[in-house]
Design a protein around this ligand. Structure first.
Ligand code: FMN
Length: 211
């Protein structure tokens, strides 16, 4: 076993340290966040800090970097109050990764990377047409994290759109079947492979597999 304490980690070159820390927390969901400003200029960015906050009300959060580093998605969500989250499938991974480049605000990442914006009634934010699993959220809360100037952005799920029959009889969405990918760090992507679903655990009872 190797052991790394804070002073060792702090002594590393900054990109080495960032890669190490960014990958430590594990495999993550990775999606494209679609937004538009008040004039309808579209923005699309890749985000991997997306986290389930609660199921009733259905809340989802993500961490936005400091404003200077990643200004557009956050500003659009603040002014428009609505945004979409679109899962990524391998067929458009390169385009999805490219959305992390720093494009000027008037340039649409949809157009630059070659993905297709898609709109639904009453949702003033673009979905990604190519995505198989997507949902729209209304902004509920932005919590500034003073320790590193990031923001926890929390939204309520308003609409969900699935491009196939991925829902099990008990409501579970089989993302493996949908082909959604996951990520580690900020440059590494993975396809998934299921190794089991288990029933609700009870003390003293052997975990039961769900088929
Ligand atoms: C795999 C990957 C994951 C990322 N995850 C996040 C994230 O969770 N939060 C964030 O603020 N930026 C993240 N980024 C960086 C944004 O994609 C990048 O800043 C993007 O241009 C969004 O900026 P904008 O909102 O100004 O358009 C990630 C980049 C990559 C490649």
């Amino acid at each position: 076993m190797e052991f790394y304490n804070t002073s060792v980690i702090q002594s590393w070159e900054r990109f080495y340290r960032a890669n190490f820390i960014n990958s430590l927390t594990g495999f993550k969901s990775v999606s494209l966040v679609g937004t538009a400003d008040e004039s309808g200029n579209e923005n699309l960015g890749i985000f991997s800090s997306i986290v389930h906050i609660g199921s009733d009300p259905a809340l989802v959060g993500y961490i936005n970097r400091p404003r200077m580093a990643a200004p557009h998605t956050l500003a659009n969500i603040e002014s428009n109050g609505i945004y979409t989250i679109n899962h990524i499938q391998p067929s458009f991974l390169e385009q999805a990764h490219q959305t992390s480049a720093k494009y000027p605000p008037e340039i649409s990442e949809f157009e630059s990377v070659g993905l297709t914006p898609e709109y639904h009634e009453n949702i003033k934010a673009p979905f990604v047409k190519e995505s198989n699993v997507k949902y729209a959220l209304s902004l509920k809360e932005i919590i500034p994290i003073s320790h590193n100037d990031t923001f926890l952005v929390i939204g309520k799920i308003e609409v969900v759109q699935l491009g196939g029959n991925f829902v099990s009889p008990d409501g579970f969405i089989d993302l493996n079947k949908a082909g959604s990918i996951c990520s580690n760090g900020i440059d590494s992507y993975y396809a998934t492979s299921s190794i089991g679903r288990y029933e609700y655990a009870k003390p003293g009872k052997k975990p039961q597999k769900i088929n």
